[in-house]
Structure formats: C-alpha cells, structure tokens
Ligand binder design. Structure first.
Ligand SMILES: [Zn+2]
Length: 407
C-alpha cells in the first residue's frame, strides 16, 4: 500500500469532522484537531500494508497523499535496544530503549519534521518556521533545505553550541530569542494565523506531530506486534507523548496489537506543569520557568496539548513523573556506562523518571518497560574532561596498562 488512508480531521473536544486541509483548530469550538484514517482497511491489510524501510514505511497511516511530497533524509527505523545490564541495575525484568539518536539530525524531531515539511509541500507553502530550544530548529531547517524551502528558525539563547552550529549551517534565517520558549511562542503562534509561513511548531499542527506516531508503529513491529506493558515518553508541550499514544490507539483499533501499553509522561522537575496537574488532579497551571539541562523540555506552559496529555493519562490510567537536573545527568552517565548509549539530557529525562518510579514502587518490575530516548548526546554541551596529556615510552606505557588492568 503506497497511498494514505487519511480521511479527515476530527476535533478532540466536540468531535466535529473537517476535511483534509491545512487547518489548525476546530471551526466550531477552536479545539485541537487530530487526523483520522480508514482503520478498517488497515485491519484488512494487516502488517502487509507497510512496505519499504524507515519512517515512510508507515505512509498509509500518515497524512501525505502524494509520494513526491514525502521529503526524506532517512529518518525512522531506529533501534529498539534490549538493555539487560541496565534492567538489572534498575531492578526491572525487561527494559527496552527506543533510541532515536540515530535519526538524521540526532533527534526524534526528525519524525515530525519529515511530515511537517511534506505537508508544507502538500499545501503549497514555500516558507517554514519554528520556535525551538535547538533540536526542532536544526531538524526543521535541515528538512526545509532538503525540500528547497526557506526556514525561519527562532532559537533559544541557551541552546547548546552544537545545536546552534547545526541551525546556522542549515539555514541563513536563524534568529536568537531572549528568554524561554514560553516567552516567544505566545506571539509566534498568533503570527501563524497570518499564513506567512507553514506552522512547524508543536502547539497545534496535526500534520506535523503525526510523524512521531511512527514511534508506536516501530515499537509494535519490533516487538512482533506484542508491545511492551509500559512506554515512558517525554513531555514538553506533549507532541511525542500524544503521537505515541495515538499510534498505539490506532494499532489496537485496527487489531494489529492486543492492547495498548500504559503510558508514562516524563518531565523535568523545573518544567513540570503536566506532572503537577496530574498529581493534584487539577487543570494545568502554567509555570514561570528558568533553565533546565533538559533544554528540549523547558516549556512551562504546554497549552492545550498539555491538557490533551492529561486527558490521555487520566483515560488510560497512565502515570506521570519528573526528575531533577542532577538525576537527569546521573541517568545520562549511567546509560552511557552500562549500555554504551550516549544520549543528551533531554533524551534521558525519561530514564531518570523511570528510575524514580521504580525506586518508589509505582511500577511493577515484572513488566516489560520501554523508554523513549529522544536524542543523541553528540549535541550536548558539557564540561570537557581534562586534556592534560602524558608522553609515553614503552616501559611507562606498559606500566600504566598493567596498573590499570591490575595485571
Ligand atoms: Zn470542536
């Protein structure tokens, strides 16, 4: 199957149906929209509906009709790593990492960038834009360049040096903004209404976040269509969490998997508006936030998507947890040393949260737990180890090696 099974957009609040167009909210109630597909046809076709490799293997459940618009840099198809050493250290029976660092720009954002830029082409736009802490900016810039589109990227002033370098290399239109994401997004989201550029932001565009749904499809396929009991996903605005939950929901309704995993939302404690609301049983109260090492999670006001995450958590009996910066950095070191996976702080916040939930006995350790690790560590900025070198001759080299190895 090479076409798309997308049928339309549906309001998540009032249920009103809308045709497949570039529309960011419900005409009737201003609610967020989600894409709907012909899942009966998916059920009939089964896994045979999916052909080829990478993210576009799942083209039937993505909203891009014309294969010519499916701009790609080779995203998706990332590994699902069984991590027995780390599982033992955390006291859980089986731990799987869905490691998205191998994507073309080193982040899960490539999944949503490929569908965002494909949608920009589909709807005839020549300019794209996004507000970013670094990962989304470099990803949208790269995919825009690949499609021959102009990208106006607004980047966080405290973005890491490698992320800034990457953005500056891939677009001439890089603008640095002061403050945090929340400070600019409120104005930028208003500007979207003027249709000067295609909305590549995380707040509303259903076409953009749809690409991240393939996380669920890949995890399901990589586990032989019997997904893990629990999936831990990061939440800034909620795009990855919502898209993954939607993917498992579609797979369940199409009968491709027996049941959807329990979803866990992971945030940085310094930007934990969703976790607080979940814990207190309230609506989300936006937070005034500062810096967190998990810079991709630095959103204090997740807006309507945050409310959507809460709804999914409450409906699915999910869990939510947060981790302090030091716990996130500890998880980063531990993951590198025990399993050889060097992920960035934004990427390992999920692992830090999982570690705490297991220690607090809030998850059953007899279950199979999958954690999404959303970014590579290669774009991290941190203090360098000492560069002080030693001049060796044979004897001093031999002495060092035998001493180190205790031989
Ligand atoms: Zn509505």
């Amino acid at each position: 199957m090479t076409g798309s099974l997308a049928e339309g957009l549906v309001c998540i609040d009032c249920g009103a149906a809308h045709p497949l167009a570039y529309r960011l909210e419900c005409e009737r109630c201003h609610g967020l929209l989600e894409l709907r597909y012909d899942l009966a046809r998916l059920a009939t076709a089964g896994p045979a509906a999916f052909a080829g490799t990478g993210l576009w293997r799942y083209a039937p459940v993505l909203p891009i009709a014309d294969p010519a618009h499916r701009v790609t840099l080779g995203e998706g198809g990332t590994p699902l790593l069984d991590c027995p050493r780390l599982a033992r250290a955390l006291g859980v029976r089986r731990l799987l990492l869905k490691y998205d660092g191998p994507n073309p720009t080193g982040t899960v954002k490539d999944r949503s960038s490929t569908t965002a830029i494909a949608a920009a082409l589909q709807f005839g736009y020549r300019v794209t834009s996004v507000v970013s802490s670094g990962n989304a900016g470099s990803s949208i810039a790269a995919y825009s360049a690949r499609a021959g589109l102009r990208a106006l990227i607004f980047a966080y002033e405290r973005a890491s040096a490698p992320k800034l370098l990457h953005m500056a290399a891939t677009t001439p239109d890089l603008v640095i903004y002061q403050g945090v994401y929340d400070d600019l997004i409120v104005h930028w989201d208003r500007l979207v209404e003027e249709k000067l550029f295609f909305d590549c932001g995380a707040s509303r565009n259903a076409y953009k976040h749809e690409g991240k749904k393939t996380l669920a499809y890949e995890i399901a396929e990589q586990t032989g269509w019997v997904p893990p009991d629990v999936v831990v996903a990061p939440v800034a605005v909620g795009e990855t969490f919502i898209a993954t939950a939607r993917g498992f929901g579609e797979l369940t309704r199409a009968g491709l998997i027996p049941r959807a995993p329990l979803m866990v939302a992971a945030q940085a404690t310094r930007a934990n508006a969703v976790v607080r609301a979940f814990r207190d049983g309230t609506a989300i109260a936006p937070l005034k936030i500062g810096y967190t090492v998990a810079e991709g999670l630095a959103a204090g006001n997740p807006g309507r998507k945050g409310e959507w995450v809460l709804r999914l958590l409450r409906e699915g009996q999910g869990l939510a947890g947060d981790a302090e910066d030091e716990e996130i950095l500890e998880a980063q070191r531990r993951l590198a040393r025990t399993e050889g996976v060097w992920a960035g702080p934004t990427g390992v916040a999920t692992l830090a949260v999982l570690t705490k939930l297991l220690a607090g006995k809030r998850l059953d350790p007899a279950q199979t737990i999958c954690t999404i690790i959303s970014e590579t560590g290669l774009k991290t900025e941190a203090e360098l180890p000492s560069r002080a070198g030693t001049a060796f001759d044979y004897e001093s080299l031999r002495r060092l090696v035998t001493e180190r190895l205790g031989a």
